[in-house]
Design a protein. Structure first.
Lengths: 249, 329, 288
């Protein structure tokens, strides 16, 4: 069963056509990379899928149900969540507090003016487990906005993971990271994929990572779907090489 | 410890319990002993009641302003509606002070709940403009509805009444007794705000202030929580307003005016918007300074205006904010 | 019927004062990103300056000179106090201009006194133009014409001059404008001065109609906010339209139920916010 289907999606801004006639299917538990040169329409596609704005034409299905025109908060409740190219976290709060808020939201506690002792313990346990998952336990008490770039990304990922998504959209998860941080991030992505079976769609520029972790790759160019296939299909594809890999390498 | 720790105090960490309780202990002992030391420093007890009332109103506002990040310039409306609700109740319906307080809180709180829905339709600077305008609407109603409110001259002809408990009587006409009466409600207000801030609800408010986009992309509708904060914050301000009517045995359209809303905002900023005790501290300074200035010059408003300018340009984080920053460096 | 017409026309005049004030507020709100609480005080300042200048340079001289002077004072204040606040939380500029309003208002009272002062307009304008429609005095017609002229020149300035085009561009996309090497600080200063100029002009005109008091601006300020909300934030045309609508509506209600003449303004605002939150001519998502 496919978790996400795009059927003939187009989106225009005024006279500018950012995406035309895109169709794609992502299977349950699949790790899909979305690549393409700058201005290819990758972020527009993310914004469409995550509910920022609706497509001008076409249909989007999440787990076989149409989600066209649904606001982001509804999509998150349904099990799809995203990160942003520029990390969106609570900068002035500590790492712990960032994740605590996400966890309380996931547990549906937002309206509670108090919690029982056992509930408080439950939240704390979950937060600490999440800190372990993303390897931030040591930085728990630091102010999130003051962390290294890569760690801020991990905070964001921890927050979205708290919602226990079945589909995760990652917008350039390793952009601006050093080798060590990049390695940690790819390990985390692999771990989440393998252990939790979360399907992921991620925008990425680093070809090593893409060929390393992705099950399949979708290539966009100029708002059009240029190619789609396994890493080996894509690396052998002449069109892709001409439009993208050739210029990039 | 980081400077922003107190914005969402997580139960799981902090300094030792004694160190965390110490400031509160000092504050409460100072407040409880006001009638004993106030005359020594040249003040009078009614002034202390005024400080508490303004502190409570500002603390209510700050739930929205400092913690949720909603720029309300119209909270005098809910304060004033609380005052009018209490005054009208005492004057026309029943002489019971507790009942008048309940009615005042309900009137102001309901208005905040209903008109909060209107203001949350926009964000940012636009939100501020709507809160100002909505607040001013109540001002004009109070001015024009002469037969009920006494118009420009204000509502007179009511006074707080004693409360009887069987044989015992709480003599509210006595200034010091009324101070403790006010302190009791101030404490209730503090407890409510403190409770909220240390709960998932308060955490959500702070999250609204910090990053609405992320909150939305965690699955929450942001406007709903701004509305809740608005309603809560207006209700606390209304409680302060009822006490103000009882303190003065009088209420006037000035208690609803945007100038008073501005006073509440500057009190929050002056004390430290992101701190729990900032608004009461700001109220202490502001009320005392205003009281002093207005006793020595008719042009006191120019000095208050200058205070606004100085705070904005030189103390944007407020006194407690400044302290926090110092200690975190 | 005459009473209704009388009140509508009166409402229109007051609405035009709202509109002029709202225009200035809107300009400053757009490019400078601040709600200028002191606009009302600048309006009063314009009126009082005209009162003092009139014996020296006559009504017409004062009509031109005092808005300019008010604008100049606005420029100085922008340079010294407002400029440090750009890019900071709008809370701070709100509070600062709030404080400024108090300071200026007190200074007006100290200089010219707390009591109202009359501001006489030239004799030939104070006579009714028609026997039946006694309220159509020359001055009122003059106010209408001059407001149209002022708003028209402002729109022409924004449409056809280089600085105007930049102000409009800056409204919609400040980053791009600064990337083009345009000095945003100077642009904002000019814009602030223009906004105050509008307030000053409204002040002179309002003085001739309503007389002078230190608080005259404060009482026009709130309806001007409403005019902006009704007309739509970000639309200058909307501000003018909003001002006229609430002025006239208030005039009509005065005829039938005078006590509600102010409250109706806020009712209109509430209806607009419920039915069309972005305002009559507003754009979505501006200044949020």
């Amino acid at each position: 069963m496919s978790i996400l289907s795009l059927r003939n999606i187009s989106r225009s801004f005024g006279s500018l056509k950012a995406l035309s006639d895109i169709s794609m299917e992502i299977e349950n538990g699949e790790l899909r990379a979305l690549i393409g040169p700058n201005g290819a329409g990758k972020t527009t596609l993310f914004n469409l899928v995550s509910g920022f704005f609706p497509p001008s034409e076409g249909e989007i299905l999440f787990e076989e149900h149409s989600i066209k025109g649904m606001p982001p908060e509804k999509l998150v409740q349904r099990g799809m969540i995203r990160t942003f190219q520029v990390t969106e976290i609570f900068n002035d709060l500590t790492v712990y507090q960032n994740i605590e808020i996400a966890m309380e939201t996931a547990l549906g506690l937002n309206l509670r003016p108090w919690l029982s002792r056992s509930r408080r313990r439950e939240v704390a346990r979950e937060v600490e487990a999440m800190l372990e998952t993303v390897n931030l336990a040591d930085q728990a008490r630091q102010v999130a906005g003051a962390l290294a770039h890569g760690d801020q990304r991990l905070v964001e990922i921890a927050m979205v993971l708290s919602r226990d998504p079945r589909l995760l959209l990652l917008d350039e998860p390793t952009a601006g990271m050093g080798d060590e941080e990049t390695h940690r991030m790819t390990e985390l992505i692999r771990h989440l994929h393998r252990e939790r079976g979360i399907a992921m769609l991620f925008i990425e520029h680093d070809m090593n990572i893409i060929f390393d972790v992705a099950d399949r790759i979708t290539v966009l160019d100029n708002g059009l779907l240029l190619a789609e296939g396994t890493p080996s299909d894509i690396s052998g594809n002449a069109d892709v090489q001409a439009a993208y890999l050739g210029t990039e390498a | 410890m980081s400077g922003t720790e107190s914005t969402v105090p997580a139960a799981s960490f902090g300094a030792t319990p004694i160190m965390r309780l110490l400031p509160s202990l000092i504050i409460w002992s100072l407040l409880l002993s006001v009638p004993f030391w106030m005359p020594l420093v040249g003040g009078y007890t009614a002034l202390a009641s005024r400080v508490l009332i303004f502190g409570l109103a500002a603390m209510g506002l700050n739930l929205l302003l400092g913690f949720t990040g909603g720029l309300s310039f119209g909270h005098a409306a809910y304060f004033g509606l609380g005052a009018y609700g209490t005054g009208l109740m005492l004057k026309f319906v029943s002489g019971s002070t507790p009942l008048a307080i309940v009615v005042g809180v309900l009137v102001g709180g309901m208005a905040a709940t209903v008109f909060g829905l209107l203001t949350i339709r926009r964000r940012g600077i636009y939100f501020a403009m709507i809160t100002i305008a909505v607040g001013q609407m109540f001002y004009f109603i109070a001015v024009r509805w002469n037969s009920l409110t006494g118009g420009e001259d204000g509502l007179t002809g009511f006074s707080r009444t004693n409360i009887g408990f069987g044989q015992a009587v709480l003599n509210l006409h006595h200034t010091i007794t009324f101070y403790y009466f006010t302190l009791f409600f101030f404490a209730i207000g503090c407890a409510v705000v403190w409770r909220v801030l240390h709960s998932p609800l308060g955490h959500t408010f702070v999250a609204v202030r910090e990053n609405q986009r992320r909150l939305r992309f965690l699955g929450l509708s942001v406007g709903f929580y701004i509305w809740i904060a608005f309603a809560l914050s207006g209700t606390v301000a209304a409680l302060a307003g009822t006490l103000y009517a009882l303190l003065n045995n009088f209420t006037s359209p000035q208690d609803l005016n945007w100038l008073l809303s501005g006073d509440f905002v500057i009190i929050c900023v002056l004390g430290g918007m992101r701190t729990f005790w900032g608004p009461p501290l700001g109220a202490t300074i502001y009320v005392v300074v205003q009281d002093y200035l207005s006793s020595i010059t008719v042009n006191w408003m120019a000095f208050i205006g200058a205070l606004f300018v100085v705070v904005v340009l030189f103390f944007p984080f407020g006194l407690l904010g400044l302290l926090q920053r110092r200690s975190s460096q | 019927m005459e009473l209704l017409l009388f009140n509508i026309f009166n409402g229109l005049i007051v609405g035009l004062f709202y509109a002029l004030m709202a225009l200035g507020l809107s300009l400053i709100l757009g490019l400078n990103g601040i709600i200028n609480f002191a606009n009302g005080s600048f309006l009063a300042l314009g009126g009082y300056l005209a009162f003092t200048l009139k014996p020296e340079i006559g009504f017409w001289g004062a009509l031109v000179a005092s808005p300019l002077l008010a604008g100049l004072i606005g420029l100085v204040i922008e340079r010294g106090l407002i400029r440090p606040l750009y890019g900071r939380d709008p809370l701070y500029s709100l509070l600062l201009t709030f404080g400024l309003a108090m300071i200026i208002q007190t200074m007006l009272r100290m200089t010219w006194g707390a009591n109202g002062l009359p501001f006489k307009v030239p004799d030939f304008m104070s006579h009714p133009l028609s026997q039946t429609y006694f309220f159509l005095t020359g001055y009122r017609v003059f106010v209408v014409v001059l407001t149209i002229l002022a708003a028209g020149s402002l729109f022409a300035l924004l449409q056809f001059t280089r600085v105007g085009v930049r102000i409009r561009a800056g409204n919609s996309d400040l980053e791009t404008v600064s990337a083009l090497g345009i000095n945003i600080y100077r642009l904002r200063a000019v814009n602030f001065g223009l906004g105050i100029l509008m307030a000053g002009l409204a002040g002179v005109l309002a003085a001739g109609r309503l007389g002078l008091t230190p608080t005259m601006g404060a009482s026009l300020l709130m309806p001007s906010f409403v005019a902006i909300i009704v007309g739509g934030v970000g639309s200058l045309m909307g501000s003018v339209l909003g001002g006229i609508i609430i002025g006239v509506a208030s005039g009509i209600v005065t005829t039938y139920y005078p006590a509600a003449s102010q409250v109706v303004i806020y009712l209109i605002m509430a209806v607009v916010l419920i039915v069309r939150p972005r305002g009559l001519l507003g754009q979505e998502g501006l200044l949020e």
